[in-house]
Write a protein that binds this ligand. Structure first.
Ligand SMILES: [Zn+2]
Length: 488
């Protein structure tokens, strides 16, 4: 048991899913593009070029701030953060410093019954930097390559207060935050691609210092590109700092990287103070003003909170947690499910169809569950679920019909007519088929009559095959048992 309390604050940078960059019209989807092809004089920082604020990025920033229970300021503006580094061709980064788009928020990482609140210090917007690649050629010469495709991509930074007291709490916060941002549809949350980047500030202190509200110097760990790395780096750093203090030495306030290979933190540089950056308001951009009506309009457009949707699916519809979470994976998908329920209220059946054959179809077609573009109308998917529930189509027929609904956009009835799909449910139509199957499978019939009920399923399969999957399962089951003289 350590005699120190752990104190953790988290900074998250996330790219925003806008079509264009933060201050110019260059396309934002630079992944896989040739270096320096998504650039223009504005994002290359040519002298005299005028930036223009991306309004979608502003709205996304405000959506995130509101979802994190932040206060939105009446005024804001962008400032120049000056620092010389090759990833910043302009020599400064435009960022919101004095008046971020959101401040004084909070997130609950506990439960409704036992809340555990992490305060949000600020949510601010800025521009991403270029990407440097360090190369050593065959002659042993080292140099760096600069790709400006990423320069100027809208970036949002979310900073917490030092409210987390264990690596587990830090990871719980990060997961919660990522869920919120992805659910809002403003970020993809992909850490492996660098679209979401994590930094942790860590310090330790004695219980007496905690009581008095005193913080010791903190270390900032960068380059954390997965939840596992965050946890490992925090566990390591907490232990290291405790050991430093136990030796009677002092922890220096530094910026560190996480050395994945050796599983340790390494010092990169001493930590800058704000005055090192010489912030000043960007003279080429007018100040931003947010009216109460504008903020209310953004607030009204927020999707319901994800955990409220999940709990409605569980408590009102009786679905299990796993399926409820999947159905609420995006606001668009939850809305699609809700629209389908209006036509077919059997929640179990609709959920099973959507998460089973339907999802498989979406994945095969490499479609996007974040939006519902290109999906069959919810009413037709619901009609398919209703007919399945009512025995008007069979399971195998659902598998035949779904691709057609995706391909043609036509309704269930039209698809059934086009594919010649019907259900053979009349006894006088099924009986001769069953008799043929029994005559051709005398061995199996003997086994079922001798009590081997497993073989019954084989005979069901043979009749299904003979009707090309069109036999109504209920009627088939009943007639077959009657003919064989066995109970169900
Ligand atoms: Zn540009």
């Amino acid at each position: 048991m350590s005699r120190y309390e752990t104190v953790i604050g988290i900074e998250v940078h996330t790219q925003l899913l806008t079509r264009s960059k933060m201050f110019c019209g260059c396309p934002n989807d630079y992944a896989g593009a040739e270096p320096n092809t998504h650039v223009c004089p504005v994002c290359l920082g040519a002298p005299g070029m005028l930036p223009v604020v991306n309004e979608t990025a502003l709205r996304y920033g405000m959506m995130a701030a509101l979802a994190l229970n932040c206060t939105i300021p009446e005024f804001s503006w962008f400032e120049r953060k000056n620092y010389p580094y090759p990833d910043l061709v302009k020599g400064f980064q435009l960022t919101q410093y004095s008046y971020p788009i959101g401040s004084h928020g909070q997130v609950n990482i506990g439960t409704d019954a036992e809340p555990l609140r992490v305060r949000i210090n600020r949510v601010h917007l800025e521009e991403d930097t270029a990407k440097n690649t360090h190369v050593t050629n065959a002659a042993g010469e080292s140099y760096s390559l600069v790709d400006c495709n990423r320069a100027g991509v809208p970036l949002m930074e979310i900073v917490t207060e030092p409210d987390m007291h264990s690596p587990d709490e830090a990871v719980a916060y990060l997961k919660k935050l990522r869920d919120i941002l992805v659910f809002l549809g403003i970020a993809n949350g992909r850490m492996d691609e660098g679209a979401m980047r994590l930094e942790a500030n860590i310090s330790v202190r004695t219980p007496e210092e905690a009581e008095a509200g005193v913080l010791r110097p903190r270390c900032e760990v960068k380059n954390l590109n997965s939840f596992e790395n965050v946890r490992a780096a925090l566990v390591y750093e907490v232990k290291r700092q405790a050991q430093v203090y136990d030796r009677g030495e002092r922890v220096r306030q530094v910026t560190m990287g996480w050395d994945l290979e050796h599983g340790r933190t390494v010092v990169q540089r001493s930590k800058e103070e704000a005055q090192d950056y010489r912030y000043f308001p960007e003279p080429d951009l007018p100040p931003l003003r947010f009216t109460a009506a504008e903020v209310d309009a953004v607030r009204a457009g927020l999707p319901g909170r994800r955990h409220e949707i999940v709990s409605r699916y569980q408590q009102v519809l009786g679905l299990d947690a796993y399926r409820a979470e999947l159905l609420a994976q995006s606001p668009a998908f939850a809305a699609y499910f809700d629209a389908a329920l209006a036509v077919c209220p059997q929640a179990e059946r609709v959920a099973n169809l959507l998460l089973g054959d339907f999802m498989a179809e979406v994945n095969d077609r490499r479609m996007d569950m974040e939006s519902t573009a290109g999906l069959p109308p919810a009413a037709e998917t619901a009609e398919l679920a209703r007919q399945w529930e009512a025995g008007e189509v069979t399971g195998p027929q659902v598998k035949q019909l779904l691709p057609r609904l995706f391909d043609t956009g036509e309704g269930v009835e039209a698809a059934k007519a086009a594919l010649g799909i019907r259900v053979v449910g009349a006894a006088d139509e099924l009986t001769p088929i069953i008799e043929d199957v029994l005559a051709a499978n005398a061995d199996a019939v003997e086994k079922v009559r001798a009590g081997q009920d497993k073989v019954f399923g084989f005979l069901v399969g043979q009749v299904m095959k003979a009707t090309r999957g069109q036999a109504d399962p209920g009627t088939l089951n009943r007639l077959l048992r009657e003919k064989l003289g066995v109970a169900g």
